[in-house]
Design a protein around this ligand. Structure first.
Ligand code: NAD
Ligand code: AKB
Length: 321
């Protein structure tokens, strides 16, 4: 499936990834062909003005079905979710949105002959028993967070729909995503975005994980490329479907601060770990993404210096505006 893919629904389109992925999809497949949806109001006018927008709670199956019918949707990017830190504060909500919401999406997709569904997984599927450097593609999946638990279940459920019903469900295990447009929504990796806002605005940041904490991360342009590349890949080449490891870059919180300091010499970063440290410590430092490279040609384009330079430029422009 390439550019002839026509009628796309994005759930959770107002979030960190959705707000930028929706615009990229509109550019690629036509503004009139990409419907954004969320339970909240779009964070920027362009998301609302550049195509259709619908309020949609994914836990309400009839509402989802009505939108699929109304727009004759044939492809869904399902991004609505509760992330790790919010999920630990409210595990019931995380289960409800991440599991029941996904089940609704898969069932509606099955009943309405949807051609393809994208469901992101996360490095949160890994746990303390997973090898950390790198986390293999095939490995122990025993996460300790409710978010991670829902992501493992999501991968398995998606793979079941591929096998049992022939529904084309695809997904990557995203690392922490770094971006300048929409702030992240309650994850453990949020420090890697907050640090940029604080460095530019106050030249100080108190980081909620230790200086030596290393996690896999990815810059937003690579995140969007990964979604589109996987969704356009030839199905016959895929041996995996819903669980591709994808590496971007891995660095410690201290290395990130040092790279920012090269651009803002008087920037000071302090460290005061909170409950999110334990979550970070249960995740790997790097991931082995050979399956994604071999099956659909994945390769990231940003490293730490290029990501930091671009991030500072984008964010300065945004904050000045
Ligand atoms: P986000 O929290 O920024 O956005 C999620 C969106 O879902 C929000 O706009 C929220 O309003 C919406 N939402 C919440 N409950 C909903 C409901 N019941 N119905 C409809 N919408 C609802 O998250 P994100 O970072 O954009 O993540 C998108 C996807 O990517 C998620 O599946 C997440 O697990 C995955 N992911 C993200 C990261 C990351 O670092 N951002 C990393 C790994 C995986
Ligand atoms: C989080 O920290 O919860 C997310 C993720 C890695 O899934 N950014």
């Amino acid at each position: 499936m390439t550019r002839e893919m026509k009628r796309i629904l994005v759930t959770g389109a107002c979030g960190q990834i959705g707000s930028e992925l929706t615009l990229a999809l509109r550019e690629r497949y036509g503004h009139e062909n990409v419907v954004a949806s969320d339970i909240r109001t779009p964070p920027c006018a362009i998301l609302q003005d550049s195509g259709s927008f619908e309020f949609l709670d994914v836990t309400r199956r009839e509402a989802l079905e009505a939108i699929v019918r109304k727009y004759r949707i044939d492809t869904i990017y399902h991004l609505a979710a509760i992330l790790s830190a919010t999920g630990e504060k409210n595990p019931h909500l995380a289960w409800g949105v991440n599991i029941n919401g996904l089940y609704n999406v898969l069932e509606v997709a099955r009943e309405h002959d949807i051609a393809r569904v994208f469901v992101p997984s996360s490095i949160a599927v890994f746990g303390p028993e997973t090898p950390r450097d790198p986390a293999p593609q095939e490995t122990v999946l025993r996460p300790t967070t409710m978010y991670g638990l829902t992501k493992v279940t999501g991968e398995l459920l998606g793979a079941y729909y591929v096998r049992r019903f022939g529904l084309d469900v695809r997904g990557v295990r995203y690392p922490g995503i770094i971006s300048a447009e929409t702030p992240p929504g309650g994850g453990t990796t949020d420090y890697a975005v907050e640090i940029f806002y604080e460095a530019i605005q106050h030249k100080r940041y108190t980081c909620f994980v230790r200086e030596d904490t290393v996690l896999p991360m990815m810059y937003m342009p690579d995140c969007i490329r990964a979604a589109i590349m996987l969704m356009e890949a030839d199905f016959s080449r895929l041996r995996h479907h819903t669980d591709f490891n994808v590496a971007g870059l891995s660095f410690s919180a201290g290395e990130l601060a040092a790279e920012i300091k090269k651009h803002i010499p008087d920037f000071v970063c302090e460290y005061a770990p909170d409950f999110r440290q334990q979550i970070a410590d249960s995740w790997p430092r790097t991931v082995d993404d050979r399956a994604a490279r071999e099956e659909w040609g994945w390769a990231p384009q940003y490293d730490l210096p290029t990501m930091v330079a671009d991030m500072l430029e984008q964010l300065r422009r945004k904050l000045q505006a």
